[in-house]
Design a binder for this molecule. Structure first.
Ligand code: NAD
Ligand code: ZN
Length: 361
């Protein structure tokens, strides 16, 4: 087992990562002084795979466990689901000294996390992420949120977990497309902060998986510890997400987040090379790695204008200017709002318009 300490808040907390940890959730929680009732929030898919194992572990450590299932899918990450969870917890008499355990992907983690942040002004939260994306990204750093019909992740809080327990064995049952999309965030981790991780991915792909997940966890922990409340540095995690979010939104969220971010990372790297920040070869190198994982480097068929408009809508929420995270080299990025609009539009067109005839804007 590897332990990553997240030095945020008075005591900080640990991310435990290692095989067979799903069977040790109760033991690890006892070790951190947690006791009482557990509201085990999960989804039907994950409950059927891992619910029993985690429940057994919690019960054998003396916890009173109640399973609260929420439906699978981003469309259920909303206040309606939050309300149903509040109802169930009130019925069960869950109190401030009790604990919410989130067992599942980022949707479960964000929703259960928001419930833990707000029910009775906040109770203990333990994240047990079961997707690659949730293990390397969503479970770490304390951002919890649900969606509003008009905007994603807009109703939220910072609520750090008491611990994160990640078991790489859980990833063995992930559908290939979920795995691929998680890999986009792993590549992102390498690009923003870890030439070692990037080189590892180029050399041996995603093998051995535990080694690359551990390195990506290390990157996320470092970034959130340096900037827990997203004042500045934490924005580097948005590499590939400025254009990626625009692409996702224009597809009406039919495209997967990881696929959109993959295209967004290539686009951001092209912008960087056009601005003279990095060599032109970097976008090709990144593209080769992404393609080797089955991730896209272009998304033909979308309207570049619509992507730009969607990005502009995003921009309104951040003091009027689009912020980009641009690479200078592998493992080294800068945050800038100085990208000329015409350059951004031209590069967007090069990745979303029908490939050989991409119009010049
Ligand atoms: N809080 C943050 O900092 C943060 C960061 C990044 C993303 N997010 C959020 O995370 C969410 C996406 O999370 P996700 O990619 O994990 O998707 P997800 O939670 O929707 O999970 C994807 C699918 O995989 C299934 N699943 C989960 N674990 C499995 C397993 N081990 N085996 C088989 N199937 C499994 C789920 O039931 C679901 O159907 C988004 O809502 C996003 O906004 C949050
Ligand atoms: Zn992302």
């Amino acid at each position: 087992m590897q332990t990553f300490h997240v030095a945020i808040g008075p005591a900080g907390y640990d991310v435990f990562f290692g095989p067979a940890l799903l069977g040790r959730v109760g033991e690890l929680m006892l070790g951190a002084g947690l006791a009482g009732k557990v509201a085990l929030v999960t989804s039907p898919t994950v409950a059927s795979l891992y619910g029993q194992k985690v429940m057994d572990s919690l019960r054998s450590s003396g916890f009173e466990v109640h399973v609260l299932e929420m439906p699978d899918g981003e469309q259920h990450k909303n206040l309606g689901t939050v309300n149903s969870l509040y109802d169930a917890m009130l019925d069960l008499g869950v109190e401030r000294s009790d604990t919410v355990v989130a067992l599942g992907g980022g949707v479960v983690g964000d929703t259960a996390g928001f419930v833990a942040a707000t029910y009775m002004r906040g109770l203990s939260l333990v994240q047990v992420p079961t997707t690659l994306l949730a293990q390397v990204d969503a479970s770490i750093g304390g951002k919890v949120a649900v969606d509003h019909p008009r905007a994603k992740n807009i109703i939220g809080a910072f609520h750090q977990p008491k611990m994160v327990i990640s078991d790489p064995h859980a990833l063995e049952t992930l559908p290939p497309e979920e795995f691929r999309c998680g890999l986009a965030e792993v590549v992102k981790a390498g690009m923003i902060r870890s030439p070692r991780l990037f080189a590892h991915l180029e050399r041996t792909g995603a093998e051995p998986l535990a080694a690359i997940v551990a390195q990506a966890i290390g990157v996320k922990v470092e970034v959130v510890v340096a900037d827990p409340y997203e004042h500045d540095l934490r924005a580097v995690l948005n590499f590939g997400h400025t254009i990626g979010h625009g692409i996702e939104a224009v597809s009406n969220y039919a495209l997967r987040h990881g696929d959109a971010v993959s295209v967004g990372m290539v686009a951001a790297t092209r912008i960087a090379s056009d601005m003279g920040l990095c060599p032109h070869s970097l976008a090709d190198r990144l593209g080769r790695l992404l393609r080797s994982f089955g991730l896209p480097v272009a998304m033909p068929g979308l309207s570049p204008d619509a992507v730009w408009q969607a990005m502009a809508a995003d921009k309104k929420r951040r003091d009027g200017r689009l912020r980009f995270v641009l690479p200078r080299a592998i493992g080294d990025v800068v945050i800038t709002d100085q990208v000329p609009d015409d350059l951004a539009k031209r590069v967007i067109a090069s990745v979303v318009a029908c490939a050989p005839t991409a119009p010049e804007i």
